[in-house]
Design a protein around this ligand. Structure first.
Ligand SMILES: *[C@@H]1O[C@H](CO)[C@@H](O)[C@H](O)[C@H]1NC(C)=O
Ligand SMILES: *[C@@H]1O[C@H](CO)[C@@H](O)[C@H](O)[C@H]1NC(C)=O
Ligand SMILES: *[C@@H]1O[C@H](CO)[C@@H](O)[C@H](O)[C@H]1NC(C)=O
Length: 396
Protein backbone atom coordinates (compact mmCIF):
# COMPACT_ATOMS: atom_id res chain seq x y z
CA UNK A 1 0.00 0.00 0.00
CA UNK A 2 2.74 2.40 0.83
CA UNK A 3 4.34 1.58 -2.41
CA UNK A 4 1.17 2.27 -4.25
CA UNK A 5 0.82 5.60 -2.57
CA UNK A 6 4.34 6.40 -3.42
CA UNK A 7 3.68 5.67 -7.02
CA UNK A 8 0.68 7.81 -7.16
CA UNK A 9 2.63 10.59 -5.64
CA UNK A 10 5.30 10.33 -8.23
CA UNK A 11 2.79 10.13 -10.94
CA UNK A 12 0.91 13.12 -9.84
CA UNK A 13 3.97 15.15 -9.32
CA UNK A 14 5.22 14.65 -12.78
CA UNK A 15 2.01 14.52 -14.62
CA UNK A 16 1.06 17.72 -13.20
CA UNK A 17 4.24 19.57 -13.48
CA UNK A 18 5.06 18.27 -16.78
CA UNK A 19 7.32 20.51 -18.31
CA UNK A 20 10.64 20.57 -17.85
CA UNK A 21 12.36 17.53 -17.21
CA UNK A 22 11.77 17.19 -20.80
CA UNK A 23 15.28 17.28 -21.87
CA UNK A 24 17.95 16.21 -19.73
CA UNK A 25 20.46 13.72 -20.33
CA UNK A 26 19.55 10.99 -22.32
CA UNK A 27 21.52 8.01 -21.79
CA UNK A 28 18.99 5.51 -20.74
CA UNK A 29 17.96 3.01 -23.32
CA UNK A 30 14.37 1.99 -22.97
CA UNK A 31 13.54 -1.25 -24.62
CA UNK A 32 11.22 -3.85 -23.30
CA UNK A 33 11.60 -6.83 -25.44
CA UNK A 34 9.38 -9.43 -23.93
CA UNK A 35 9.56 -11.84 -26.75
CA UNK A 36 10.13 -14.54 -24.21
CA UNK A 37 7.23 -15.72 -22.20
CA UNK A 38 9.08 -15.21 -19.03
CA UNK A 39 7.89 -12.20 -17.19
CA UNK A 40 10.80 -10.00 -17.85
CA UNK A 41 11.10 -6.80 -16.08
CA UNK A 42 11.21 -3.81 -18.23
CA UNK A 43 14.74 -3.28 -19.18
CA UNK A 44 16.41 -0.06 -18.53
CA UNK A 45 19.89 -0.13 -19.84
CA UNK A 46 22.04 2.68 -18.76
CA UNK A 47 25.02 3.43 -20.85
CA UNK A 48 26.60 5.39 -18.07
CA UNK A 49 28.33 7.50 -20.53
CA UNK A 50 27.33 10.75 -19.09
CA UNK A 51 28.40 12.48 -22.15
CA UNK A 52 27.52 16.06 -22.09
CA UNK A 53 24.19 16.28 -23.69
CA UNK A 54 22.07 19.15 -24.16
CA UNK A 55 18.82 20.11 -23.17
CA UNK A 56 16.14 22.31 -23.65
CA UNK A 57 14.69 25.16 -24.71
CA UNK A 58 11.66 25.53 -23.71
CA UNK A 59 8.59 26.74 -23.70
CA UNK A 60 5.63 25.58 -22.23
CA UNK A 61 2.22 26.31 -22.76
CA UNK A 62 -0.36 28.74 -23.03
CA UNK A 63 -3.73 29.61 -24.01
CA UNK A 64 -7.22 29.08 -24.60
CA UNK A 65 -8.16 30.16 -27.99
CA UNK A 66 -9.97 28.00 -30.35
CA UNK A 67 -13.20 27.43 -28.71
CA UNK A 68 -14.33 31.00 -28.27
CA UNK A 69 -17.44 29.99 -26.48
CA UNK A 70 -16.12 28.20 -23.51
CA UNK A 71 -13.51 30.64 -22.44
CA UNK A 72 -13.37 31.92 -18.97
CA UNK A 73 -13.50 35.69 -18.73
CA UNK A 74 -9.86 35.97 -17.88
CA UNK A 75 -8.67 33.91 -20.70
CA UNK A 76 -10.71 35.75 -23.25
CA UNK A 77 -9.09 38.98 -22.27
CA UNK A 78 -5.67 37.48 -22.56
CA UNK A 79 -5.98 35.18 -25.48
CA UNK A 80 -5.80 35.78 -29.15
CA UNK A 81 -7.85 34.95 -32.18
CA UNK A 82 -10.41 32.29 -31.72
CA UNK A 83 -9.64 30.53 -34.95
CA UNK A 84 -6.72 28.21 -35.11
CA UNK A 85 -4.23 29.31 -37.73
CA UNK A 86 -1.63 26.72 -36.97
CA UNK A 87 -1.01 23.81 -39.24
CA UNK A 88 0.57 20.42 -38.91
CA UNK A 89 3.41 19.29 -41.11
CA UNK A 90 5.57 16.22 -41.17
CA UNK A 91 9.18 15.27 -41.15
CA UNK A 92 10.91 12.00 -40.74
CA UNK A 93 13.83 10.99 -38.63
CA UNK A 94 15.42 7.60 -38.35
CA UNK A 95 12.31 5.80 -39.53
CA UNK A 96 9.88 7.84 -37.47
CA UNK A 97 7.17 9.83 -39.17
CA UNK A 98 6.85 12.88 -36.93
CA UNK A 99 4.62 15.89 -36.99
CA UNK A 100 5.21 19.47 -36.04
CA UNK A 101 2.98 22.49 -35.69
CA UNK A 102 3.70 25.86 -37.16
CA UNK A 103 1.92 29.02 -38.27
CA UNK A 104 0.40 28.99 -41.73
CA UNK A 105 2.51 31.03 -44.04
CA UNK A 106 1.01 34.34 -44.98
CA UNK A 107 0.64 33.62 -48.63
CA UNK A 108 -1.64 36.54 -49.38
CA UNK A 109 0.56 38.92 -47.49
CA UNK A 110 3.49 37.70 -49.43
CA UNK A 111 1.65 38.56 -52.60
CA UNK A 112 0.94 41.97 -51.29
CA UNK A 113 4.56 42.46 -50.46
CA UNK A 114 5.48 41.39 -53.89
CA UNK A 115 3.25 43.97 -55.53
CA UNK A 116 4.32 46.77 -53.30
CA UNK A 117 7.94 46.10 -52.97
CA UNK A 118 8.68 44.05 -56.01
CA UNK A 119 10.11 41.46 -53.71
CA UNK A 120 9.60 37.87 -54.48
CA UNK A 121 8.77 36.88 -50.97
CA UNK A 122 8.70 38.04 -47.42
CA UNK A 123 12.09 38.47 -45.79
CA UNK A 124 13.64 35.36 -44.41
CA UNK A 125 13.02 34.88 -40.76
CA UNK A 126 15.69 36.26 -38.52
CA UNK A 127 15.29 33.63 -35.91
CA UNK A 128 13.81 30.24 -35.75
CA UNK A 129 12.25 29.36 -32.50
CA UNK A 130 11.72 25.85 -31.40
CA UNK A 131 8.92 25.25 -28.93
CA UNK A 132 9.27 22.08 -26.94
CA UNK A 133 6.01 20.81 -25.52
CA UNK A 134 5.79 19.30 -22.05
CA UNK A 135 5.27 15.59 -21.69
CA UNK A 136 2.31 14.33 -19.73
CA UNK A 137 -1.07 12.74 -20.14
CA UNK A 138 -2.65 14.12 -23.30
CA UNK A 139 0.06 16.65 -24.08
CA UNK A 140 1.50 17.26 -27.54
CA UNK A 141 2.34 20.13 -29.87
CA UNK A 142 -1.21 21.50 -29.57
CA UNK A 143 0.02 22.94 -26.29
CA UNK A 144 1.66 25.72 -28.27
CA UNK A 145 -1.39 26.44 -30.43
CA UNK A 146 -2.67 29.52 -28.60
CA UNK A 147 0.79 30.97 -28.32
CA UNK A 148 1.37 30.49 -32.05
CA UNK A 149 -1.98 32.08 -32.81
CA UNK A 150 -1.01 35.13 -30.78
CA UNK A 151 2.16 35.52 -32.74
CA UNK A 152 0.11 35.17 -35.88
CA UNK A 153 -2.38 37.81 -34.77
CA UNK A 154 0.38 40.28 -34.14
CA UNK A 155 1.61 39.78 -37.65
CA UNK A 156 -1.83 40.19 -39.12
CA UNK A 157 -2.28 43.40 -37.28
CA UNK A 158 1.03 44.75 -38.37
CA UNK A 159 0.38 43.79 -41.92
CA UNK A 160 -3.00 45.46 -41.98
CA UNK A 161 -1.74 48.69 -40.62
CA UNK A 162 0.03 50.73 -43.24
CA UNK A 163 1.72 52.88 -40.67
CA UNK A 164 3.36 49.81 -39.43
CA UNK A 165 4.83 48.75 -42.69
CA UNK A 166 8.05 50.56 -42.01
CA UNK A 167 8.27 49.08 -38.58
CA UNK A 168 7.57 45.71 -40.03
CA UNK A 169 10.43 46.05 -42.41
CA UNK A 170 12.87 46.80 -39.67
CA UNK A 171 11.28 44.60 -37.10
CA UNK A 172 12.58 41.10 -37.02
CA UNK A 173 10.34 38.32 -38.06
CA UNK A 174 10.75 35.01 -36.37
CA UNK A 175 9.55 31.59 -37.34
CA UNK A 176 8.10 29.34 -34.70
CA UNK A 177 7.98 25.57 -34.73
CA UNK A 178 6.55 23.14 -32.24
CA UNK A 179 7.72 19.61 -33.07
CA UNK A 180 6.19 16.59 -31.40
CA UNK A 181 8.72 14.61 -29.42
CA UNK A 182 9.06 11.02 -30.57
CA UNK A 183 6.06 9.02 -29.43
CA UNK A 184 3.94 12.10 -28.75
CA UNK A 185 1.35 13.73 -30.98
CA UNK A 186 -0.30 10.56 -32.15
CA UNK A 187 -3.58 12.41 -32.48
CA UNK A 188 -1.64 14.80 -34.72
CA UNK A 189 -0.35 12.13 -37.06
CA UNK A 190 2.96 11.20 -35.46
CA UNK A 191 4.00 7.58 -35.17
CA UNK A 192 3.38 5.97 -31.82
CA UNK A 193 6.34 4.58 -29.93
CA UNK A 194 6.08 1.02 -28.72
CA UNK A 195 8.99 0.30 -26.39
CA UNK A 196 8.36 -3.40 -26.88
CA UNK A 197 9.34 -3.02 -30.50
CA UNK A 198 11.87 -0.30 -30.59
CA UNK A 199 14.32 1.11 -28.08
CA UNK A 200 14.86 4.77 -27.52
CA UNK A 201 17.42 6.64 -25.51
CA UNK A 202 15.74 8.97 -23.09
CA UNK A 203 16.16 11.86 -23.20
CA UNK A 204 18.79 11.72 -25.93
CA UNK A 205 16.42 10.24 -28.49
CA UNK A 206 14.12 13.20 -28.05
CA UNK A 207 16.97 15.63 -28.35
CA UNK A 208 18.19 13.96 -31.51
CA UNK A 209 14.71 14.13 -32.95
CA UNK A 210 14.75 17.89 -32.33
CA UNK A 211 18.18 18.22 -33.84
CA UNK A 212 17.01 16.38 -36.93
CA UNK A 213 14.05 18.70 -37.02
CA UNK A 214 16.29 21.75 -36.89
CA UNK A 215 18.23 20.40 -39.80
CA UNK A 216 15.04 19.61 -41.62
CA UNK A 217 13.82 23.17 -41.28
CA UNK A 218 17.00 24.79 -42.27
CA UNK A 219 20.56 23.85 -41.99
CA UNK A 220 21.41 27.29 -40.74
CA UNK A 221 18.60 27.03 -38.31
CA UNK A 222 18.61 28.01 -34.76
CA UNK A 223 16.21 28.16 -32.00
CA UNK A 224 16.04 28.07 -28.32
CA UNK A 225 15.42 24.48 -27.56
CA UNK A 226 16.44 23.39 -24.31
CA UNK A 227 19.31 23.01 -22.06
CA UNK A 228 20.49 19.95 -23.87
CA UNK A 229 19.92 21.27 -27.30
CA UNK A 230 21.64 24.46 -26.30
CA UNK A 231 24.52 22.69 -24.68
CA UNK A 232 25.04 20.25 -27.52
CA UNK A 233 24.59 22.78 -30.25
CA UNK A 234 26.22 26.02 -29.11
CA UNK A 235 26.53 27.31 -32.65
CA UNK A 236 22.99 26.67 -33.69
CA UNK A 237 21.16 27.53 -30.52
CA UNK A 238 21.64 31.12 -29.46
CA UNK A 239 19.17 31.44 -26.66
CA UNK A 240 17.27 29.30 -24.32
CA UNK A 241 13.91 29.94 -22.74
CA UNK A 242 12.61 27.69 -19.99
CA UNK A 243 9.03 28.10 -18.91
CA UNK A 244 8.12 26.88 -15.47
CA UNK A 245 11.16 24.62 -15.20
CA UNK A 246 11.70 22.43 -12.15
CA UNK A 247 13.42 24.03 -9.22
CA UNK A 248 17.18 24.27 -9.37
CA UNK A 249 17.45 21.49 -6.88
CA UNK A 250 15.25 19.20 -8.92
CA UNK A 251 16.97 19.85 -12.19
CA UNK A 252 20.42 19.35 -10.75
CA UNK A 253 19.60 16.19 -8.83
CA UNK A 254 19.56 12.83 -10.52
CA UNK A 255 16.76 10.42 -9.86
CA UNK A 256 18.52 7.27 -8.59
CA UNK A 257 18.48 4.41 -10.99
CA UNK A 258 16.64 1.99 -8.72
CA UNK A 259 13.94 4.57 -8.29
CA UNK A 260 13.68 5.07 -12.03
CA UNK A 261 13.32 1.40 -12.49
CA UNK A 262 10.73 1.08 -9.79
CA UNK A 263 8.75 3.97 -11.17
CA UNK A 264 8.91 2.71 -14.67
CA UNK A 265 7.94 -0.80 -13.79
CA UNK A 266 5.04 0.51 -11.86
CA UNK A 267 3.82 2.73 -14.65
CA UNK A 268 4.03 -0.16 -17.08
CA UNK A 269 2.55 -2.73 -14.78
CA UNK A 270 -0.50 -4.44 -16.21
CA UNK A 271 -2.76 -3.80 -13.27
CA UNK A 272 -1.80 -0.87 -11.09
CA UNK A 273 -0.06 1.03 -13.82
CA UNK A 274 -2.95 0.56 -16.15
CA UNK A 275 -5.38 1.58 -13.51
CA UNK A 276 -3.40 4.70 -12.71
CA UNK A 277 -3.46 5.72 -16.34
CA UNK A 278 -7.12 5.01 -16.73
CA UNK A 279 -7.78 7.31 -13.80
CA UNK A 280 -5.39 10.02 -14.86
CA UNK A 281 -6.64 10.03 -18.41
CA UNK A 282 -10.21 10.68 -17.42
CA UNK A 283 -11.49 14.12 -18.23
CA UNK A 284 -12.41 14.69 -14.61
CA UNK A 285 -8.93 13.90 -13.38
CA UNK A 286 -7.29 16.06 -15.99
CA UNK A 287 -9.60 18.88 -15.07
CA UNK A 288 -8.92 18.45 -11.40
CA UNK A 289 -5.15 18.37 -11.71
CA UNK A 290 -5.08 21.14 -14.27
CA UNK A 291 -7.12 23.42 -12.05
CA UNK A 292 -5.08 22.49 -9.08
CA UNK A 293 -1.58 22.74 -10.44
CA UNK A 294 -1.44 24.20 -13.90
CA UNK A 295 -3.90 27.04 -14.24
CA UNK A 296 -4.43 30.23 -12.27
CA UNK A 297 -8.04 30.17 -13.25
CA UNK A 298 -10.06 27.19 -14.31
CA UNK A 299 -8.82 25.27 -17.28
CA UNK A 300 -10.84 25.66 -20.44
CA UNK A 301 -12.67 23.10 -22.54
CA UNK A 302 -10.23 23.24 -25.38
CA UNK A 303 -7.47 22.18 -23.05
CA UNK A 304 -9.57 19.26 -21.90
CA UNK A 305 -10.60 18.30 -25.43
CA UNK A 306 -7.02 18.27 -26.65
CA UNK A 307 -5.69 16.25 -23.76
CA UNK A 308 -8.52 13.81 -24.19
CA UNK A 309 -7.78 13.37 -27.89
CA UNK A 310 -4.14 12.71 -27.25
CA UNK A 311 -4.68 10.29 -24.37
CA UNK A 312 -4.75 6.56 -24.82
CA UNK A 313 -2.72 3.39 -24.71
CA UNK A 314 -0.57 4.26 -27.73
CA UNK A 315 0.31 7.61 -26.28
CA UNK A 316 1.44 6.29 -22.92
CA UNK A 317 5.07 5.27 -23.47
CA UNK A 318 6.53 8.80 -23.53
CA UNK A 319 4.49 9.69 -20.48
CA UNK A 320 5.68 6.57 -18.71
CA UNK A 321 9.34 7.26 -19.30
CA UNK A 322 8.96 10.91 -18.47
CA UNK A 323 6.96 10.36 -15.34
CA UNK A 324 9.33 7.68 -14.20
CA UNK A 325 11.97 10.39 -14.17
CA UNK A 326 14.08 9.14 -17.07
CA UNK A 327 14.85 12.59 -18.31
CA UNK A 328 16.48 13.24 -15.00
CA UNK A 329 18.65 10.18 -14.91
CA UNK A 330 21.40 12.58 -14.08
CA UNK A 331 21.50 16.15 -12.86
CA UNK A 332 22.07 18.97 -15.30
CA UNK A 333 24.13 21.23 -13.14
CA UNK A 334 27.25 21.15 -15.24
CA UNK A 335 25.34 22.00 -18.40
CA UNK A 336 23.41 24.77 -16.74
CA UNK A 337 26.44 26.36 -15.16
CA UNK A 338 28.46 26.39 -18.32
CA UNK A 339 25.81 27.33 -20.86
CA UNK A 340 27.03 30.12 -23.05
CA UNK A 341 23.62 31.11 -24.31
CA UNK A 342 21.43 33.79 -22.78
CA UNK A 343 18.70 32.08 -20.89
CA UNK A 344 15.30 33.35 -19.90
CA UNK A 345 13.25 31.62 -17.25
CA UNK A 346 9.55 32.39 -17.34
CA UNK A 347 7.39 31.49 -14.41
CA UNK A 348 3.79 32.15 -13.45
CA UNK A 349 3.06 34.47 -10.55
CA UNK A 350 0.90 31.84 -8.88
CA UNK A 351 3.65 29.27 -9.02
CA UNK A 352 5.13 29.03 -5.56
CA UNK A 353 8.38 27.36 -6.50
CA UNK A 354 11.46 29.50 -6.13
CA UNK A 355 13.84 29.72 -9.04
CA UNK A 356 16.32 32.43 -8.10
CA UNK A 357 19.07 29.88 -8.04
CA UNK A 358 18.95 29.70 -11.79
CA UNK A 359 19.95 33.31 -12.14
CA UNK A 360 22.43 33.03 -9.28
CA UNK A 361 24.18 30.02 -10.72
CA UNK A 362 23.99 30.49 -14.43
CA UNK A 363 26.09 32.88 -16.42
CA UNK A 364 23.50 34.70 -18.46
CA UNK A 365 20.17 33.99 -16.95
CA UNK A 366 17.21 36.21 -16.35
CA UNK A 367 14.09 35.32 -14.42
CA UNK A 368 10.73 36.85 -15.21
CA UNK A 369 7.30 36.42 -13.70
CA UNK A 370 4.19 36.62 -15.86
CA UNK A 371 0.55 36.03 -14.99
CA UNK A 372 -0.52 32.42 -14.70
CA UNK A 373 0.67 29.39 -12.85
CA UNK A 374 2.28 26.52 -14.68
CA UNK A 375 1.06 26.83 -18.25
CA UNK A 376 1.69 30.51 -18.89
CA UNK A 377 1.90 30.09 -22.63
CA UNK A 378 -1.54 28.49 -22.73
CA UNK A 379 -3.29 30.67 -20.22
CA UNK A 380 -1.66 33.96 -21.12
CA UNK A 381 -0.26 33.45 -24.59
CA UNK A 382 -0.24 37.11 -25.43
CA UNK A 383 1.80 38.11 -22.41
CA UNK A 384 4.22 35.36 -23.20
CA UNK A 385 4.47 36.18 -26.90
CA UNK A 386 5.11 39.85 -26.18
CA UNK A 387 7.68 39.17 -23.58
CA UNK A 388 9.49 36.63 -25.66
CA UNK A 389 9.70 38.78 -28.75
CA UNK A 390 10.98 41.70 -26.72
CA UNK A 391 13.53 39.59 -25.01
CA UNK A 392 14.84 38.30 -28.30
CA UNK A 393 14.98 41.82 -29.64
CA UNK A 394 16.94 43.07 -26.64
CA UNK A 395 19.33 40.19 -26.48
CA UNK A 396 20.25 40.28 -30.06
C1 LIG B 1 14.24 -16.72 -23.93
O1 LIG B 1 14.73 -17.24 -22.76
C2 LIG B 1 15.44 -18.41 -22.91
C3 LIG B 1 15.82 -18.97 -21.55
O2 LIG B 1 15.60 -18.04 -20.57
C4 LIG B 1 16.67 -18.13 -23.75
O3 LIG B 1 17.40 -19.33 -23.93
C5 LIG B 1 16.23 -17.65 -25.10
O4 LIG B 1 17.34 -17.29 -25.86
C6 LIG B 1 15.35 -16.45 -24.92
N1 LIG B 1 14.80 -16.08 -26.20
C7 LIG B 1 14.76 -14.86 -26.61
C8 LIG B 1 14.12 -14.64 -27.90
O5 LIG B 1 15.19 -13.91 -25.93
C1 LIG C 1 3.28 10.82 -42.07
O1 LIG C 1 2.01 10.76 -41.48
C2 LIG C 1 1.07 11.65 -42.05
C3 LIG C 1 -0.20 11.58 -41.24
O2 LIG C 1 -0.51 10.29 -40.89
C4 LIG C 1 0.86 11.31 -43.51
O3 LIG C 1 -0.04 12.21 -44.09
C5 LIG C 1 2.20 11.39 -44.22
O4 LIG C 1 2.05 10.99 -45.57
C6 LIG C 1 3.21 10.50 -43.54
N1 LIG C 1 4.49 10.74 -44.16
C7 LIG C 1 5.30 9.73 -44.50
C8 LIG C 1 6.59 10.11 -45.10
O5 LIG C 1 4.97 8.57 -44.31
C1 LIG D 1 13.61 -9.13 -29.17
O1 LIG D 1 14.65 -9.98 -28.78
C2 LIG D 1 14.83 -11.07 -29.65
C3 LIG D 1 15.89 -11.96 -29.06
O2 LIG D 1 16.77 -11.25 -28.28
C4 LIG D 1 15.24 -10.55 -31.02
O3 LIG D 1 15.42 -11.61 -31.91
C5 LIG D 1 14.14 -9.66 -31.53
O4 LIG D 1 14.53 -9.09 -32.75
C6 LIG D 1 13.88 -8.56 -30.55
N1 LIG D 1 12.73 -7.82 -30.99
C7 LIG D 1 12.75 -6.51 -31.05
C8 LIG D 1 11.49 -5.88 -31.55
O5 LIG D 1 13.71 -5.84 -30.73
Amino acid sequence: MRKTLYWFQTLILYVVVPVHHAFSSWELMINNNNSNNSIKRNQIRSTHKHRKENRLILLDASSSSGSGISQTPTSSSSSCSSSDKTSLKYYSFDGWNLSYRTIESHASDDDKNKNKNGKASSPAADHKILLIHPVGVGLASWFWGPFLNCINDDRDQNNKNDENIKTMETKKTHSYYAPNLIGCGISEGSDAWDPDKRGLFIPLGWVRGCEAFMNHIDDRGLAPIGILLADRNPKQVRRLVLTSPPTWEDITTAVPENELERNYNFLRSPILGKLAFLLLESRKAIEFFSNQFLFSDKCDNEWLDKTEQESGVDARPPVQVFNAGMCMNRGLQSELMTLKQSTLIIQGEDDKRQRQEYSQNMKHCQLVTLPGQNVVSWEYPKAMANHLENWIEYNN
